[in-house]
Design a protein around this ligand. Structure first.
Ligand code: DUT
Length: 228
């Protein structure tokens, strides 16, 4: 992942959070708890890994890996907010989180179990903020993501796809409850991954990859899902 891509990723996250709260992150009006969201997504991750030793189950790694992408959304958000709490303006916070990610992609922190994310949250915390997404958390999460998707570029592309899907959901009634999550019998996440794979080259090469991914998904939703 290039420094420009890392900055783009943080900028995309801030832009999405601003869809929900236009004053984010400088003077937020919506109360957030990104660490709580991370813990819930981590639970969903474990659900997909067939962890129940008392029951016959099979793991769904594609879904589990997508939960890690969701965790990345909330982790970037938490790190941005933490930087702002410590006096950084939005631009400086963006740069700080981009550097945090670049450093972590360069490190090779071994991860044996997703539970290590919880220990890392605590290790990055302090008395005032006991659970924080800092260096140790990003080291662990990005290692898990690269293990899951093979390389940092695919993590970048998958993040773009999910961010685009999150935007589409907001534009097509997610908050109002009118959004259609099953796309002709398939979960929206799964269709998104397939479309993303089919258009990988053009998305990565685009000047605005997120816009390209959004246009692709919106077109598919409006023509194939909403009208079906
Ligand atoms: O302020 C926010 C709120 C949500 N999200 C993103 C993170 C994650 O990618 C997604 C989670 O949305 P939701 O919880 O509605 O999805 P889910 O219930 O986990 O479903 P799925 O796993 O299909 O996405 O929304 C943000 O980035 N910022």
């Amino acid at each position: 992942m290039t420094p420009a891509q890392a900055r783009q990723l943080v900028a995309m996250q801030i832009a999405f959070n601003q869809v929900i709260d236009p004053d984010y992150p400088a003077a937020p009006k919506v109360k957030r708890d990104d660490v709580k969201a991370i813990l819930v997504e981590l639970g969903e991750y474990f659900e997909h890994t067939a962890y129940k030793w008392w029951k016959k189950q099979s793991a769904d790694w594609a879904q589990a890996n997508m939960e890690l992408i969701d965790i990345l959304h909330f982790a970037i958000s938490d790190a941005v907010e933490h930087a702002c709490r410590q006096g950084k303006n939005t631009e400086a916070a963006l740069e700080y989180v981009a550097q945090l990610m670049l450093k972590s992609f360069a490190n090779d922190a071994a991860v044996q179990d997703g539970k290590e994310l919880v220990a890392a949250l605590a290790a990055d915390g302090s008395k005032d903020y006991p659970l924080v997404c800092g260096e140790q958390f990003f080291d662990k999460l990005l290692t898990m993501l690269v293990d899951a998707y093979g390389d940092a570029d695919t993590v970048y592309l998958t993040y773009i796809g999910k961010n685009a899907l999150n935007n589409l959901r907001q534009q097509r009634g997610y908050k109002q409850g009118t959004y259609i999550k099953m796309w002709q019998g398939e979960e929206d996440n799964e269709v998104m991954m397939r479309l993303l794979g089919e258009h990988q080259q053009s998305i990565v090469a685009a000047e605005q990859p997120l816009l390209q991914a959004q246009t692709l998904l919106l077109d598919h939703y409006d023509k194939q899902v909403a009208q079906a």
